[in-house]
Design a protein around this ligand. Structure first.
Ligand code: PAF
Length: 280
């Protein structure tokens, strides 16, 4: 069975031995409840590194006060099987007190990239993400760390943080993994009722239409956003948080589509907030 490590000193000791042997280390940071999307990250990490650590930690400081920290799905046993089958070496599954002791008071924050998109409705989210990732990078000293493009803003933010703070590792972005019908894989999909699961398809469907419009030559970002909005509004269970087109990876709002762009959305289906995007 794959080794589950709960304590930071124990993990550091193992990593010290790995480094002595000259092994390369890949880190896949997750909040657990692993699915095919995570598996694709672990597969890539396994193919590119001698040793792979999957962190499995529901990070309390990236949740806002009214968000789903308490109900976030957890299943360490199932995660262990997936990690083992994928060929990972260690699951790092600390308790919150192991990561944030009573004296904890240092945070990593970012002035750019974190204010728009998800940052608008989740103002403290990226501070929590950057802080936990800085800790995980320091604890595990990976050569490479793997992130899904589904959280495109997170991918841009962490890439920027690594550059700003001179972390000695490479950030590897990996494509979105979707269900057969197009819904982007997410641990939060488990919150959806059958009816909501069907309704959630409107995210990927509308994005696809937006993408087609751009590929057919539409340069006006507003027209693309309006089309996507009108499609989403046909779904009674959907409520738009945001739909935006921004430059990639600088995340600046744009009016004319004449460069690499991220078209991103967050939409509530019932009470569940889902995100999806396309980079073009
Ligand atoms: O994408 C996630 O699951 C989390 O934001 C991460 C990167 C593991 C940090 O807690």
């Amino acid at each position: 069975m794959i080794k589950v490590v709960k304590k930071i000193p124990e993990l550091k000791e193992i990593i010290k031995e790995w480094k002595k042997e000259g092994y390369s280390i890949g880190l896949v940071p997750t909040m657990g409840y692993l699915h095919e999307g995570h598996k694709s990250l672990i597969d890539k990490a396994v193919s590119e590194n001698d040793k792979v650590i999957v962190s499995d930690f529901v990070n309390p400081i990236q949740f806002g006060p009214t968000e789903d920290l308490a109900t976030y799905p957890r299943d360490l046993e199932k995660d262990s099987i997936l990690c083992e089958n994928a060929g990972a070496d260690i699951i790092f599954n600390p308790e919150p007190e192991e990561m944030y002791n009573d004296n904890f008071s240092s945070f990593v924050d970012m002035n750019t990239l974190t204010k728009g998109l998800c940052g608008k409705t989740r103002p403290t989210h990226f501070r929590g993400v950057c802080t936990v990732l800085a800790k995980l990078f320091n604890i595990t000293s990976p050569d490479k760390a793997y992130f899904g493009q589904k959280d495109a803003q997170q991918l841009a933010v962490v890439t920027h943080m690594v550059e700003d703070l001179n972390f000695n590792l490479e950030i590897v972005g990996c494509p979105i993994i979707r269900e057969e019908d197009g819904l982007a894989k997410s641990s939060r999909n488990t919150y959806l009722s059958d009816e909501e699961r069907k309704a959630a398809l409107i995210l990927s469907k509308s994005l696809k239409e937006g993408k087609a419009l751009i590929e057919n030559g539409e340069k006006d970002a507003k027209k693309v956003i309006d089309l996507i909005k009108s499609l989403i509004n046909t779904e009674p269970l959907a409520k738009i948080d945001y739909i935006e087109i921004v430059s990639w990876p600088t995340l600046e709002p744009i009016e004319t589509i004449d460069q690499k762009i991220l078209c991103a959305m967050a939409v509530y289906i019932g009470k569940t907030r889902l995100i999806d995007n396309v980079i073009l």
